[in-house]
Design a protein around this ligand. Structure first.
Ligand SMILES: NC(=O)c1ccc[n+]([C@@H]2O[C@H](COP(=O)([O-])OP(=O)(O)OC[C@H]3O[C@@H](n4cnc5c(N)ncnc54)[C@H](OP(=O)(O)O)[C@@H]3O)[C@@H](O)[C@H]2O)c1
Length: 343
């Protein structure tokens, strides 16, 4: 089982068990534009999409099998508040279906991103062939009740698959056929760097947070040079500060261990309960959205109130340069080479 599958499998398992310092931002402060009425939108690289800086990550509603009525409320209210970037994948259980049930009737109000590579005719495992990619896209279009998606990402394949090139050919064919408007790579570390350097993708989706900083030097500058769109996943670091001790959810353990070693004061026992823009969630989101070249961060949630809360947190705009320097300095002091981007 590769690393991506392992981490996403862990989310699924836990759900089943019950469970550079240039600072972006609008003039005068926050990431709400039009006098605070609308979330800031950024052009996603060279694409024609202007995406809200806060996007929605669809893994959690899928793996947690969130009730449809809750997904309806969550997505419709978020779109009403400016959300226009919805990310899902072929293998997040029935996330695609739930999203379509909730908001297919509003299809012209948001951009829809999905992924391929983990649905070899429903048999489990991975499917990195031309046929599998084409079949998966057809399946996603049906499940999403749409004639096209805006973006399909290769779902974290390795360098071997990228080198072969056939699945990238398949994605390009799907783009030519109008099934997707753009194509991207979702993944991390050296595979993400390799993908960017093929110059065949419009976007990179990758992990960046105060617990996961490899991409800041490894791939972000390359994406900026190429005008690629950058979608951050895990920007809130799985909100691991909420755990008093090592989390049972194996997917969250790596970031929890890193957070403990990093020892940032904003995740300390005294500060981790803070809920405003200077609390851990606010700092996490403001850190990521202030990095040059980042266009949006997709945050996973099953909570219908979360989008508004997170939008309020980023209203404060970029972190101070001193704070950003502190987060970067500490990482450089303690991060071993093994702290690569987490798929
Ligand atoms: N390989 C890939 O392509 C890949 C891998 C991982 C993720 N992704 C994408 O990225 C998305 C997000 O990444 P992720 O799954 O790693 O999760 P994440 O966004 O880092 O963390 C999600 C968790 O954060 C909590 N949360 C959100 N805002 C919060 C706040 N203000 N305060 C406290 N907790 C908060 C949510 O809990 P509540 O439910 O309580 O809000 C949820 O449990 C996924 O949904 C998926 O779309 C892609």
């Amino acid at each position: 089982m590769n690393e991506r599958t392992r981490r996403e499998f862990l989310i699924a398992t836990m759900a089943a068990a019950g469970g550079a310092l240039g600072l972006a931002g609008t003039a005068g402060g926050g990431w709400l534009s039009n006098q605070g009425l609308e979330l800031e939108k950024r052009r996603l690289g060279k694409t024609d999409m202007r995406v809200s800086v806060l996007g929605f990550g669809g893994a959690e509603i899928g793996f947690n099998r969130t009730e449809q009525e809750r997904v309806d409320r969550l997505l419709n209210s978020a779109i009403d508040q400016g959300l226009d970037a919805i990310d899902t994948a072929e293998c997040y259980a029935d996330s695609e279906v739930a999203i379509a049930n909730a908001v297919a009737h509003r299809r012209d109000e948001y951009y829809l991103f999905t992924k391929v590579g983990h649905w070899p005719r429903g048999g489990g495992g991975e499917g990195w062939s031309t046929t599998s990619v084409m079949e998966t896209i057809e399946r996603s279009l049906k499940r999403l009740k749409t004639e096209y998606v805006d973006l399909v990402h290769l779902h974290s394949c390795g360098i071997d698959v990228l080198e072969r090139g056939d699945v990238i050919d398949a994605l390009e064919k799907a783009r030519e056929q109008g099934k997707t408007r753009y194509i991207g790579y979702s993944g991390d570390s050296l595979a993400a760097k390799f993908a960017v350097e093929t110059d065949r993708f419009d976007t990179l989706m990758t992990s960046i947070s105060f617990c996961d900083q490899e991409a800041i030097d490894l791939t972000l500058p390359l994406c900026r040079e190429r005008g690629m769109g950058v979608i951050v996943k895990g920007g809130i670091a799985n909100a691991v500060w909420r755990y008093d001790s090592k989390p049972e959810n194996g997917y969250h353990v790596e970031y929890w261990n890193r957070m403990s070693t990093l020892g940032y004061e904003f995740t300390s026992a005294e500060n981790r309960g803070k809920t405003g823009p200077e609390g851990p969630a606010g700092i996490a989101l403001r850190f990521v959205l202030g990095l040059p070249g980042v266009h949006t961060t997709v945050v996973g949630t099953t909570n219908p109130a979360r989008f508004a809360q997170n939008a309020a947190l980023i209203e404060a705009g970029p972190l101070s340069a001193e704070r950003v320097e502190g987060i970067r300095r500490r990482w450089k002091e303690v991060a071993p080479e093994s702290w690569v981007g987490q798929v």
